[in-house]
Ligand binder design. Structure first.
Ligand code: TEU
Ligand code: CA
Length: 559
């Protein structure tokens, strides 16, 4: 496999609204990010993925864009953005932008024109259909944020498609002018020297020619068999690669719900010239069922099988991107670890497990200090439009009480990750001098950046070491390019795997429980490369009878 700069980096994701507010309006902004570059440099980060900062009515916090070539005033100006790029470059940090082009905002001038009349030249830039014979929606497709994916436009008597909110109409990628407008806009940002793009739901851009009804309606979002991974999405991505991406040395990561490792090969095999890597979602479903279900306990055997299938599935045939959390998911330590008795231990254990895998690891802001979930008791306190949609379904379709509904919203709410970053102790944790846009008090207030940086044993320094091990240690080559071999796949409590290559064998062992355990491995320890209990470097470990403390995790060099 040809080596790429992003193979050995970890990517740090910033959700700008919640990172750092510089002017007291309660909303994070670009100057706030600039003021924290030293912190990121200290962590060792060389790549930042910035969630959208473009001009937007903020119906979905920036994933609804009304001008692709301007910055949202609440985040700053284009001058602030240019300053961010150059200050980051000064520290060797690249900025990867979010590219949201499956849909625009309904306030984007393209859509305003498109909806103005049936014969407007931009009518075909979006997906307009006549009502069904009974006057209802053109088909039964569902949306992530509303019941139907179709919204009637009274003035022109047609429906438009929106796989997300009705303020996020889907672009018609079958129209060559749309694709050219997107490619031009990508060149605009790439010429500023950005490090690449994270592409929002990019596997949904290829819609079928005939818009058939959904047959699978008991899982996913009705219609996904037609609009997720349609062969046209691959066609457009290859065109985008040849017209835009091939001219730059950049990282591209597609966000792609409903994919298997085989889809992963199609999107990320270098010879196919589509993307560098994709975010898969299979492991995000292990503890999560239908909207009406409570959070399930983690089934570690299933979880390992999924991760391992991706590890081996893309070996030599693509590239993985690995994550436990992002701005749409709960906090990793609250979800897969134990955020009460073993917060620090389990946060480090999760970090070790992820960063020792093959593929580019992603760190979501706050994960590096072991930030935890924040639960609200009333739906009014939640900001996320998806929570409000789910609440409506739970109350009105599933006939639940408000208390029953909230119990289902709390563990998975996207607001868990969107609660602003905590930098210091005291009022609003140094995020803002004003009132934060999302309520941030609660037990999580005690966990903040200043405390983490001051404590040599904090999660922060563990992550710093994980980033260093991958990029610039004697184990780099094995961590980045070694083979992955899952051990004891049936073990429901411990996640153990080998990384082999470059004449080395690394053994990673992680206890996923709050109980002490012993396990046996048929290897001899040459060195303890990493421990989350402060035992790095010690050589006297007997793997025939390995004692593991609660959430204990090791990386050994073995033979
Ligand atoms: O997410 C798409 C998506 O699949 C999520 O909305 C999903 O429902 C969520 O992960 C819960 O599991 C992308 C963005 O990441 C998200 O923030 C946007 O809201 C969405 O697209 C629309 O642009
Ligand atoms: Ca601000």
């Amino acid at each position: 496999m040809e080596k790429k700069w992003w193979h050995k980096e970890a990517v740090y994701q910033i959700y700008p609204r919640s990172f750092k507010d510089s002017n007291g309006d309660g909303i994070g902004d670009l100057q706030g990010i600039i003021s924290k570059l030293d912190y990121l440099e200290k962590l060792g980060v060389r790549v930042i993925w910035l969630s959208p900062v473009y001009k937007s009515p903020m119906d979905d916090n920036g994933y609804d864009i009304s001008d692709y070539r301007d910055i949202a005033p609440e985040f700053g100006t284009m001058a602030d953005f240019d300053e961010l790029i150059s200050r980051a470059a000064g520290k060797g940090i690249r900025i990867v932008m979010d590219l949201v082009v499956n849909h625009t905002s309904d306030e984007h001038p393209w859509f305003v024109e498109s909806r103005s009349s049936r014969d407007n030249p931009k009518r075909d830039w979006y997906i307009w259909k006549d009502p069904a014979a009974d006057g209802g929606s053109p088909n039964n497709w569902g949306s992530y944020f509303t019941r139907s994916a179709w919204e009637l436009d009274e003035a022109t008597g047609q429906y438009y498609l929106h796989l997300f909110s009705k303020k996020q109409p889907d672009l018609n990628w079958a129209n060559r002018q749309v694709r050219e407008a997107v490619y031009d806009m990508m060149h605009f940002w790439l010429k500023k020297g950005i490090g690449g793009f994270r592409m929002d739901v990019i596997n949904m851009i290829g819609k079928p020619v005939d818009f058939p009804p959904a047959a699978i309606t008991d899982r996913g979002v009705a219609g996904f068999e037609h609009w997720a991974n349609n062969s046209r999405a691959h066609e457009y991505l290859r065109e985008m690669h040849s017209e835009v991406l091939s001219h730059y040395d950049v990282l591209t990561v597609g966000e792609t719900p409903f994919v298997t490792p085989f889809d992963g090969q199609l999107y990320s095999h270098p010879d196919r010239k589509e993307l560098s890597m994709i975010f898969q979602f299979e492991h995000m479903d292990v503890d999560r069922g239908d909207v009406s279900e409570l959070k399930k306990p983690l089934d570690l055997v299933k979880f390992k099988q999924i991760m391992s299938n991706w590890q081996t599935g893309l070996e030599g045939r693509g590239w993985n991107s690995n994550y436990w959390s992002n701005h749409d998911q709960a906090r990793a330590v609250s979800r897969f670890g134990n955020d009460r008795e073993y917060r620090v231990e389990s946060a480090k254990m999760l970090g070790t497990t992820l960063h020792m895998m093959s593929g580019t690891p992603y760190i979501y802001q706050g994960e590096e200090i072991g930030a935890i979930n924040t639960y609200y008791d009333r739906i009014e306190e939640y900001n996320d439009l998806m929570d409000h949609h789910y609440y409506d379904l739970l109350i009105n379709d599933h006939k639940m009480t408000p208390a029953e509904a909230i119990r289902r919203i709390q563990p998975f709410s996207r607001d868990n990750a969107r609660v602003p970053m905590r930098w210091t102790g005291g009022k609003h944790n140094g995020f803002t001098s004003g009132e934060p846009w999302l309520k941030m008090d609660g037990p999580g207030s005690l966990i903040h950046g200043e405390a983490a940086v001051a404590d040599k044993n904090s999660v922060f320094y563990h992550y710093k070491e994980l980033i260093r091990l991958r990029r610039e240690s004697e184990y780099s080559d094995t961590i980045v390019y070694g083979k992955s071999i899952l051990l004891d796949s049936d073990d429901p409590l411990v996640y153990a795997f080998l990384r082999e290559g470059n004449g080395q064998v690394l053994l990673v062992v992680s206890n996923f429980t709050g109980d002490a355990l012993t396990r046996s491995y048929d290897y001899e320890v040459l060195k303890t490369v990493l421990s989350n209990y402060g035992k790095s470097g010690e050589a006297v470990v007997n793997l025939r009878s390995l004692w593991l403390e609660p959430y204990e995790s090791y990386v050994f060099r073995v033979r």
